[in-house]
Design a protein around this ligand. Structure first.
Ligand code: V47
Length: 346
């Protein structure tokens, strides 16, 4: 039984609090859960194709008129990257693609099997619920079939992408036609029911309201009450360049930090809050450590989705710099694995 749960109106009212008092509340909750530790992992993002059957207005990554450069990697190309990162000590490979109608289901799934067979120690975090929904529609299979195939082929956990904003009106405007909010939640519920973990994101700083953000968090909290399968909540700051959403004024740092703090307080049942430095900038992610965030994702090495929309993340960060930044901001850098077991205190 969870006492003193923050309701919708109370969550909205948190935004009106004094900025630093709100930060202190979130910081107290973060300290209660994680003390002074800031988690990160040594990971690599691979985005094997940008050819997409869906058209999300906020996306600068998929190949469209704005980005005519289509690509689809071969399994050999992907395995070459995996060999390099394994050599460098990466623990996780994060594989997310666009929704490519020109390749087989075997192309999507076979790569996991090959990676798992050759590198059984690497954690494979792959396929967003949006991809699961696309694969199910395109290859006329049920969600259950796709999720079982993912497990059979070696996927360990699911990333949190594709959640965007659950409010149906906003969702219809920014990404009509792809996985609905109810479907996104259904897919993660089914994944959790298989004893597997996943993350959950929220894309904010575009046309959504504070109410939409709270509603998004409430829907996550409700599923987490049922399954307990979410490891981490990741608010993704909308990047403004090269896409069709055409938002002129980026969200302010103040509003980003408030949203992090509100998330820490509302999502009382989700253990980790990630300040994804790719979309918030490294500097703001470091400050977010004092507004509830206890995770800074990882070194990433290469990133294509957000950097296409203007984020300065294309080449990741150097491990030693990352660790030094966390230390210099007064926190203890703790390398974790993909499901939050501690590997090394730096
Ligand atoms: O779902 C697309 C977002 C997501 C833009 O689970 C944009 O550990 C900002 O989900 N501005 C993919 N965001 C990335 C993602 C993710 C990243 C890191 C860690 C994890 C995890 C998940 O990127 C998409 C979409 O919401 N995105 N375009 C944009 N213009």
């Amino acid at each position: 039984m969870i006492h003193n749960r923050i309701n919708f109106d109370e969550a909205l009212a948190l935004y009106e609090m004094d900025f630093f008092e709100l930060g202190d509340l979130a910081d107290a909750k973060r300290k209660e859960l994680h003390g002074n530790k800031t988690y990160f992992n040594i990971n690599r993002h691979i985005n094997p194709t940008n050819v997409c059957a869906d058209v999300c207005k906020f996306c600068a990554y998929s190949a469209t008129r704005k980005n005519p450069n289509q690509y689809t990697m071969s399994h050999e190309d992907i395995l070459k990257i995996v060999a390099e990162i394994d050599e460098r000590g990466a623990k996780e490979v994060h594989i997310v693609s666009a929704h490519n109608p020109n390749v087989t289901l075997e192309w999507y799934l076979g790569i996991f099997k090959k990676i798992k067979t050759q590198y059984p120690h690497l954690h494979i975090k792959a396929l967003t619920a949006a991809e699961v929904d696309f694969l199910s529609r395109h290859h006329t299979k049920s969600y259950d079939d796709i999720l079982d195939l993912m497990i059979e082929n070696g996927v360990d956990s699911m990333p949190g992408g594709g959640a965007e904003i659950f409010d149906e009106k906003v969702r219809d405007f920014i990404c009509k036609g792809k996985v609905t909010s109810d479907q996104w939640i259904e897919i993660h519920q089914k994944w959790h029911e298989r004893g597997k973990k996943s993350n959950v994101t929220m894309l904010f700083g575009h046309i959504e309201s504070r109410e939409n953000r709270i509603d998004h968090m409430m829907r996550i909290r409700a599923l987490q009450d049922k399954t307990g399968g979410f490891n981490c909540f990741i608010p993704l700051v909308y990047q403004t360049e090269n896409n069709y959403l055409n938002i002129k004024a980026p969200i302010t740092a103040n509003e980003i930090l408030k949203t992090m703090a509100v998330a820490r307080l509302v999502l009382d049942n989700v253990p980790n809050l990630k300040a994804y430095w790719v979309t918030s900038t490294v500097n703001l992610a470091l400050v977010a450590q004092e507004f509830g965030a206890n995770d800074l994702d990882g070194t990433i090495e290469k990133e294509s989705i957000n950097s296409a929309a203007g984020a300065k993340s294309a080449n990741g960060v150097v491990l030693e710099d990352f660790v030094a930044l966390i230390k210099n901001s007064g926190f203890t850098p703790v390398e974790r694995d993909s499901v939050y077991n501690e590997i090394n205190v730096w």
